[in-house]
Design a protein around this ligand. Structure first.
Ligand code: PLP
Length: 364
């Protein structure tokens, strides 16, 4: 559709007609995406970026710097132990810039409890960054309470909602900033966004033209933004209809795997009130390396992952599972299974049978 549009390829900052049309299309996408962030989010609060990683870096470093510029005594940043690398890897850069980085511990259920955050907070904290839902375990964090704890100490609160966006209802209300990414909702790689609440100052990381209110300079990716908005709407719509069924089917899958009595166990407690991302199952096969299971399942036509796909290739056990206190021997056998409504019951059942057969033969 975009390729056929009269404004395809036009720079949305140009004054000519195709440029103005491109700008209108870009603002339409901004509006559609902001409407999926909960009632209070406004289009003017969305800054397009190149993806979730850039949105996280911009929030974590840019907000910390802006707070320190305004209130010099605030030079500590809190991140959680279960963050994605896009946040975790900001820590060395923050330290290089003179910030103290504090880590909020995870419970054994994979949750950052408000009390654990509380113990890291004081009047020196500039920013707290805790993800909305974990990319490995799917555990949803108590964001409203965590944000309230940060605010009570005068710190800003950012959340990486890359995994949660469109899969569970979000509310931008309690947070100051929130990161999202298009390819996690079925859109293209290379575009994401940072929600930044009106009035919150941010120090840009890039320097150039005045695009995106000068906070993220560079000619905007109009086709990417349009595809992002369309994919996000379709994904949110599908999840509104199918989320409950996906949760039930996830529980049934786990039950079947556990009943096989081959040492396959869920790594996280599914009974947690705050919930899990629908269609995300996280299990560990004790005594067997995840890679061996993955390759056999791949040959059988099933693509699943060990730990986080973004750090695949790393042989270390997952930092998320270590933070939850899962023994290394168990976490090396951790598998993340994701599916959505396009996977039929019979396909899911065939997958469970293949996994059980594979673990059974590896045990023999
Ligand atoms: N944050 C989380 C929780 C993720 O799962 C990912 C990617 O999977 C990212 C950030 C990085 O997003 P992107 O790949 O768009 O840079």
């Amino acid at each position: 559709m975009y390729a056929c549009a009269s404004y395809a390829g036009a720079n949305p900052n140009s004054l000519h007609t195709p440029g103005r049309e491109a700008a209108r299309a870009l603002e339409g996408a901004r509006k559609e995406i902001s409407q999926l962030l909960g009632g209070s989010a406004r289009p003017s609060e969305l800054i397009f970026t190149s993806g979730g990683t850039e949105a996280d870096n911009l929030a974590v470093i840019g907000l910390s710097e802006a707070v320190r510029m305004q209130r010099g005594a605030r030079d500590a940043v809190v991140i959680s132990a279960i963050e994605h690398e896009a946040v975790l890897a900001c820590a060395p850069e923050l330290r290089r810039r003179g910030f103290e980085v504090r880590i909020a511990a995870s419970s054994c259920r994979g949750i950052i409890e408000p009390a654990a955050l509380e113990s890291t907070l004081d009047e020196r904290c500039a920013l707290v960054s805790i993800m909305t839902a974990n990319n490995e375990t799917g555990m949803v964090q108590p964001i409203a309470e965590l944000a309230a704890a940060a605010h009570a100490h005068g710190a800003l609160f950012h959340t990486d909602a890359v995994q949660a966006f469109t899969r569970i209802p979000l509310s931008a209300g309690p947070v100051d900033a929130l990161s999202i990414s298009a390819h996690k909702v079925g859109g293209p790689v290379g575009i994401g966004a940072l929600y930044l609440k009106t009035g919150i100052r941010l120090q840009p990381l890039l320097h150039g033209g005045g695009q995106e209110r000068g906070l993220r300079p560079g000619t905007q990716n109009v086709s990417g933004a349009l595809a992002f908005a369309a994919a996000a709407q379709a994904s949110a719509c599908a999840h509104r209809v199918h989320a409950d069924a996906l949760r039930v089917r996830s529980s049934m899958l786990v039950e079947k795997l556990v009943l096989a009595d081959l040492g396959i166990c869920p790594t996280v407690d599914a009974a947690y009130d705050g919930g899990r991302l629908p269609g995300t199952v996280h299990i560990a096969v004790s005594g067997i390396e995840a890679g061996a299971v993955l390759l056999r399942l791949d040959a059988a036509g099933f693509a699943i992952s060990s730990g986080s796909a973004c750090s695949a290739g790393s042989r270390d056990s997952s930092h998320v599972l270590s933070a939850m206190g899962v023994p290394r021997e168990r976490s090396l056998g951790a598998l993340r299974i994701s599916f959505d409504e396009r996977v039929s019951d019979s396909e899911l059942s065939a997958f469970a049978d293949a996994l059980i057969g594979c673990v059974g033969s590896l045990r023999r």
